[in-house]
Every structure is written in C-alpha cells, then in structure tokens.
Design a protein around this ligand. Structure first.
Ligand SMILES: Nc1ncnc2c1ncn2[C@@H]1O[C@H](COP(=O)(O)OP(=O)(O)OP(=O)(O)O)[C@@H](O)[C@H]1O
Ligand SMILES: [Mg+2]
Length: 292
C-alpha cells in the first residue's frame, strides 16, 4: 500500500530545520509522591522528526500530554509555537490545538464510528461544513495516507492494524496541522506494516513540511525516520541528538537500548557517513553473536 504521494515527493528534499516550535524548560511533574520529570528540558524545531525513547514508565507519554496541554506541569514552562501554554486563553488554545495532530498510544479510533466519521469528527467539531466539502476533505485525507476510498464506510473492527494507524493519521491530519505527535505508532504492527508506516511518515514529512514528534520503542522506525532522538532517563532528557551521537553517551539505558544486539542491528540501516560516527561498541557485528 504505497501512498500515491510517495512517488511525487521522493526526490524532494526534506523540509528545512527552522525555528523552535516546542520549548520545554525546567519541567517537573509529580503524581502524588511519584516524581516523573525533574528539571527536564526539551526542544523541537520546525521540520524535525524527533523520536522520544526511554524505558516503560519513564514518562514519554506524560511529556507529550503536558506539551499538548492535556496534563498540567507541576512546575516549569512549556512553549508551543512561541506561546506559553499556561498563559493563553481558551480561544488561543483552540487555535493551537488545530495546528497540532495527535495519534494516541491507545484507542486510535472511535470503534462505534465508520472510517469516514472518524476522519470527519475533528472537522465537524469546528462547526458546520457543507456535506459535499466534508466528503471531499475526508476522501482527500484517506487518499493522502494511502487508503482507498472504498474503506471509508467500514467500521474499525473490519480493518487491519496498519489500516487503523493510517485512519488515525488521516484523522490527525484532518485540520492540516503543522505539528504531528505519534505515540508508539508501530506497536503491534508486523514488520511489513511498520515499514509501510515509516514510508508514509517520511512522505507526509516531505509533502506537508510536517514537524513530527514520535514516541517509540521500535529501533528500526526510530533509525529510519529521526533527525534527532531524545532519550528520557533519570526523569529528564538525558540527550537529544542525532542517533549516532546519542548512542555514544555513557549511560546504562543507552548501552542497553542502542548497543544491545537489536540496537546494533537497527543502527546498520544508518547511511555510511553517519555509521562512521557511531561509538565502536555499536559496530560489533550483531549477527556474529550467538543468540540463546
Ligand atoms: N494520570 C496519572 N496518575 C498517576 N500516575 C500516572 C498518571 N499518568 C502516568 N502516571 C505514571 O507516570 C509514569 C510515567 O508514565 P507514562 O505513561 O508517561 O510512561 P511511558 O514512558 O509513556 O511508558 P510506556 O513506554 O509504558 O508507554 C508511570 O509510572 C505512570 O504510572
Ligand atoms: Mg507511553
């Protein structure tokens, strides 16, 4: 399932990296006595694809939810598109939300609504949109994510995991956002569906000039897409850098995640000039090791 857009943008350069669109400073987040984030800093620039990685429960989803304004920080500041998220009125917050698309970790779609109604829902929330226009917008979004229009009347239960993610992306793109958040977009997908998903995100990044922030455990997806990877450990962003630089940081999580057998195998997909910058421990052949 290749989106028709893919061929059209294959030779186009990726969007230029420009101004900061997210700036998180000295963020602390507590739930009761549990400290999730402490003095955390995090930046994303327009045109980037930033992957957030970290152990389970390290606070990746919580960081995204705070940036989206779905969760309040305990202290610290979060600026999105240059605006402090705590100091804006409801009208501005609504406009900001329309500039941001989100594919959640769980419950990507409303199970009681058809594909069409799922994608139409954010547009309908805006107010009255004439039915023929709504129809065209929804079909265009489905086309954009490589889903033939014949699926529009189906219910989510009748779709494969990869198709559900595509519909979720179509819905996240409904209001033409500049910034797209993806929380574990390839979790539960088979390797082929994950590869197709990577191609789709790379295509949308080029075609729409999107900025993408993606939480993932999937080393192959991370390696294929990220301009930078932000590693959350010890309640903060330990490093946010191109993969080859992040992999060189001396920390137990980084050793386990990037330099374990699966990590080293995934890093082989980096282009040679970037592989040359990896630490020596990342270059030990992954296939030479006997797996038990
Ligand atoms: N609403 C909440 N109330 C209390 N604790 C919460 C809440 N949301 C998250 N937590 C806790 O905060 C910590 C971070 O959770 P979070 O979901 O951000 O982790 P994560 O890095 O996304 O993990 P995973 O990789 O499993 O998705 C966890 O210990 C979690 O139990
Ligand atoms: Mg999570």
């Amino acid at each position: 399932m290749t989106a028709p857009l893919t061929a059209a943008v294959r030779n186009r350069p990726p969007p230029a990296i420009a101004e900061r669109v997210i700036e998180v400073r000295d963020l602390t987040k507590r739930y009761g006595s549990m400290l999730v984030h402490e003095h955390l800093d995090f930046d994303v620039r327009r045109g980037e694809i930033v992957s957030i990685v970290g152990g389970s429960g390290s606070g990746k989803t919580t960081l995204v939810r705070q940036i989206l304004g779905l969760e309040a920080p305990t202290s610290g500041t979060i600026e999105v598109f240059g605006r402090d998220t705590r100091a804006i009125d409801e009208q501005t917050a609504r406009v900001m939300r329309s500039r941001i698309g989100m594919l959640f970790q769980q419950g990507a779609l409303f199970s009681s609504m058809s594909v069409f109604d799922n994608v139409a829902q954010p547009i309908r929330e805006l107010g009255r949109v004439p039915a023929p226009l709504l129809h065209d917008i929804v079909m265009l979004k489905l086309e954009m994510v490589g889903l033939p229009c014949k699926h529009a009347s189906k219910m989510p239960a009748a779709l494969s995991g990869g198709m559900i993610k595509r519909v979720g992306i179509a819905r996240a793109l409904a209001l033409e956002p500049e910034l797209l958040f993806l929380d574990e977009p390839t979790a539960g997908l088979d390797p082929k569906a994950s590869e197709d998903f990577v191609e789709l995100i790379a295509t949308l990044h080029r075609a729409l000039g999107l900025t993408v922030v993606m939480v993932t455990h999937d080393l192959d997806t991370m390696t294929a897409l990220s301009t930078r990877v932000a590693v959350i450990a010890d309640r903060r962003v330990l490093v946010a850098a191109p993969i080859e630089e992040a992999a060189a940081v001396d920390h137990p999580f980084i050793r386990e995640f990037f330099l374990g057998r699966r990590g080293r195998r995934a890093l082989q997909a980096l282009p040679p000039e970037r592989r040359a910058k990896l630490p020596p421990a990342a270059l030990v052949s992954a296939s030479a090791e006997v797996s038990l």
